[in-house]
Design a protein around this ligand. Sequence first.
Ligand code: PMP
Length: 369
Amino acid sequence: AGIRPYNFSAGPAAMPEAVLQRAAADMLDWNGSGMGVMEMSHRGKEFGAIATQAEADLRHLLAVPANFHILFMQGGGLAENAIVPMNLSRGAVADFVVSGSWSAKSQKEALRYCDARVIASNAADHFTRLPDAAGWKLSADAAYVHICSNETIHGLEYHTLPDLAALGSKAPLVIDFSSHVASRSVDWQRVGLAFGGAQKNLGPAGLTIVIVRDDLLGHALEICPSAFNYKTVADNQSMFNTPPTWGIYVAGLTFQWLRQQREGDLTGVAAMEHRNIAKADFLYGYIDASDFYENRISTECRSRMNVPFFLKDESRNDAFLAGARAAGLLQLKGHKSVGGMRASIYNAMPMAGVQALVSYMREFEKSHA
Ligand code: PMP
């Protein structure tokens, strides 16, 4: 630790060093099998043990109830934008809350498969606050309601998931939790399906996690590819076709790492959440107190994972980024659609990395004020 620079990439993103080292040590020979994990049959007993353990660890970490299936798929978040409506919409109505780029993309893609309605949007607020659930125009007959629970680009996060039943809807809630999975607990009482790519908080790109309530299986459209039919995938324990074996293995190492994390009496995801709150508070606190930097997101919905910020004098952006690189702080450039900077501070980013960033920001401010 401390030898490598701190990496603030939004994804694929920094991983726990212990996980990388373990994967490297196992590269040529996993557990005395004489094979690296990439060289094993997905149907052999060795990989079977890896996949079973990974699923059990994820179920434990996220407290996934028994009536939910955990599916290991491929295609990433964007493929799920099509796979979810193919499986859940029945070609009818689905409701979308647009809160930033990712939920906007989800709604557009779903239009190919169903009557995908925008029931609320924060575009007029320039994506700086979440649309208030009390004002959502929920359709009476929606097959599901989709939200992006953490908008990676705009830096907004739902700190409580909407209670659709309390809002008078019987529809299951679908959450795209790609960029904050395992950073906090999930209230499964309020969720029908959650999906996310692994490449931010869990492991390498190529693995997509889907967690789906069992009553939502078995309603796929005829056109749905078999390999993307949740029921087919579930019935075959995610082995209908070759799953992303390397991704499952490395994510499994991350799950074991997560299970070992401790903060006082807290363990696992609860420990991570505690740490993530402290990291985010420290960074936002510094930005808010400064006249040199700003974050434009409404305080109650700021993301703990993705912190976009701007230099008030944007002519200094290039100097800021060059100095950051020289100080060992990588990939801080904001998404091109938003501009400015973005610090992604996922589970693998220690508090020391956030402190190093704030120290650099303070130095830069001092020398350029
Ligand atoms: N949803 C969210 C919230 C994301 O952050 C991303 C990736 N940045 C995606 C979907 C798209 O995922 P993928 O690139 O894995 O298709």
